[in-house]
Write a protein that binds this ligand. Sequence first.
Ligand SMILES: [Zn+2]
Length: 83
Amino acid sequence: MVVTRTCIGCRARDEKPRLVRFVLSADGVLVQDPAAVLPGRGAYVHPSVACWQAAVKRRAFARALRRPVAVGEPPTGWGADPA
Ligand SMILES: [Zn+2]
């Protein structure tokens, strides 16, 4: 059975390897967790600028992580197209 997660940007379910996991570090900074090994609640998003911006607009990071979180620009190298 394939493990799926919901992208907090476009709300589509997708296979976990196609999404990028983010967690909050101890000092409240949003960090990528490519290996999915960091503890705590994770937020999953497609590596797409469109999904990132949708998540920012809907304050989906704060909701998914249950903490206030300052979100900046999408990570460099992400494509502009929806995943
Ligand atoms: Zn998405």
